[in-house]
Design a protein around this ligand. Structure first.
Ligand SMILES: CC(C)(COP(=O)(O)OP(=O)(O)OC[C@H]1O[C@@H](n2cnc3c(N)ncnc32)[C@H](O)[C@@H]1OP(=O)(O)O)[C@@H](O)C(=O)NCCC(=O)NCCS
Length: 436
């Protein structure tokens, strides 16, 4: 069943450049900035840093996973707050944590079809600015009061409310079909797949070590812009503030489990944290990039999306999506010089790696052999979402940028990028290196 489009038949899409804000723990220095503020900051700076005439941009494709009700069309709001012409097309996409991968593959499709040459794709998230809702009963009472004639009728609309009905309702990180949070779902996966606490903490420590090294070596500074911190804008946020260069597996082992306090293995240290930030990449038709004399960082070779039943193992989407993208690329896991797997939780990464290597999983998805084992020295080489943070809408663009730039450094031929997402969705993209 062919359900996912591939940009391969049409024009090839080049990743020309990209940029992101620092990723900051929510409630911190970005707490007074909205996702639109963060998205506009990154798009403006990206356009300013890249010698492409703003008139060359055809579109902005952007996403946010938990949108503000005050600015629902985040892509257009970002475009309008940028130096791009007001006539530029903009549309918003959503695919949970794979949102800005969706933005990039939508853009690649438009480029493949010849509908556009140059598109900015990205995403932003402000979990500091998540919408707070009124309960259904309070909302009904407010509507009733607005319709009431006279003060007495207006007041009577509130008469049946109980204390609980007036309590503000935060957005849920809960899967509507299962009622479980992401963390509880990951906890179940750890139990079902036999993923130990030690293995989770070791992977998390490695994520911090590699991300800290990538900052220390200057790699990440080149792809992260400074953002002035409101309300006085006198100070700059220049660096991610979740990554710790002193994280060890021993320190992580001391943290208490949070989603199953008695028997659980998932802690604040082996989960991705709630994060604010934005990221964007410039995508361009290969022929246009060559005509403008631009040197691509990488190319989008293929992509695939997949889904499973959320009541099974919510965050195993990459194991289903990766073989689709690899098959469409005509390549195997062994051909990948780099693999970037979004780290929602260490338990989710380890569960996916287990299924990638599993013969019985291969049989289940109708393959003769397992997808394969991933060489740890090629996996998330500059750290992942556990250490860098995970502003939901921005993570895909962060990964595309980080992987593409590492491909240039290593003269890599191919890379695989995968993301798990709410709704039990998986996304995967195969990139070709700049020399291909
Ligand atoms: C897991 C979660 C509940 C933790 O939130 P939190 O309690 O605010 O986390 P904190 O940052 O305060 O960390 C808790 C403690 O762990 C410690 N800690 C966290 N990371 C650490 C590390 N790498 N090394 C050492 N200690 C660490 C903190 O210092 C803190 O210690 P303290 O209590 O002594 O101050 C939250 O991050 C979460 O909900 N994450 C999941 C997000 C999610 O569902 N994502 C979807 C993925 S698809």
């Amino acid at each position: 069943m062919a359900t996912n489009g591939s940009p391969r038949p049409g024009r090839r899409t080049a990743i020309i450049a990209g940029l992101r804000t620092p990723f900051l723990k929510s409630g911190g220095d970005f707490k007074d900035l909205s996702a639109v503020d963060l998205g506009a900051a990154v798009v403006n700076e990206l356009v300013a840093r890249t010698a492409i005439d703003p008139k060359e941009y055809d579109a902005v494709v952007f996403g946010q996973v938990i949108p503000s009700q005050l600015a629902t069309l985040v892509a257009r709001e970002v475009a309008l707050r940028s130096q791009l012409p007001k006539t530029v097309q903009a549309w918003t996409v959503a695919r949970a944590c794979a949102t800005s991968v969706q933005a990039a593959t939508d853009a690649a499709d438009q480029i493949a079809l010849g509908h556009a040459d140059t598109i900015i794709a990205g995403g932003a998230e402000s979990l500091s600015d998540a919408p707070i809702f009124a309960s259904r009963k309070l909302a009904q009472a407010l509507v009733g009061a607005s319709r009431g004639k006279g003060v007495a009728q207006k007041l009577s609309a509130f008469s049946s409310l109980k204390l609980g009905d007036v309590t503000p309702v935060p957005p849920a990180l809960t899967e509507p079909t299962t009622g479980l949070t992401m963390g509880q779902s990951a906890e179940r996966m750890a139990q079902q797949n036999g993923i130990s606490r030690e293995a989770q903490d070791a992977l998390s420590a490695q994520s911090h070590r590699r991300a800290a090294d990538a900052w220390a070596s200057g790699k990440l500074a080149e792809e992260v812009m400074g953002v002035p911190v409101p309300p006085r804008y006198e100070r700059m946020a220049n660096r991610d503030n979740i990554v710790r260069d002193d994280t060890t597996a021993e320190a992580l082992a001391k943290l208490p489990p949070v989603f199953d306090r008695k028997y659980g293995t998932i802690t604040a240290g082996n989960s991705s944290p709630l994060t604010d930030g934005a990221a964007a990449v410039i995508l361009m038709a290969e022929e246009k990039a060559r005509a403008l004399g631009l040197r691509p960082l990488a190319f989008i070779r293929s992509y695939g999306y997949a889904a499973l039943d959320p009541s099974e193992q919510l965050l195993q989407g990459p194991a289903f999506a990766a073989p689709i993208a690899l098959d469409r690329a005509g390549l195997t896991l062994a051909d990948m010089d780099l693999v970037d797997m979004h780290e929602a939780f260490a338990a989710q990464v380890l569960s996916n790696l287990q299924w990638f290597a599993s013969r019985s999983f291969a049989e289940r998805i109708g393959r003769k052999a397992p997808i394969g084992e991933i060489d740890p020295s090629r996996l998330n080489v500059n750290g992942g979402s556990i250490a860098l943070g995970h502003p939901f809408g921005a993570t895909g663009a962060r990964m595309l940028l980080q992987t593409a730039r590492e491909m240039v450094r290593r003269k890599a031929g191919h890379a695989l990028l995968t993301i798990c997402a709410a709704g039990a969705i998986g996304a995967a993209v195969v990139l070709d290196g700049p020399e291909s």
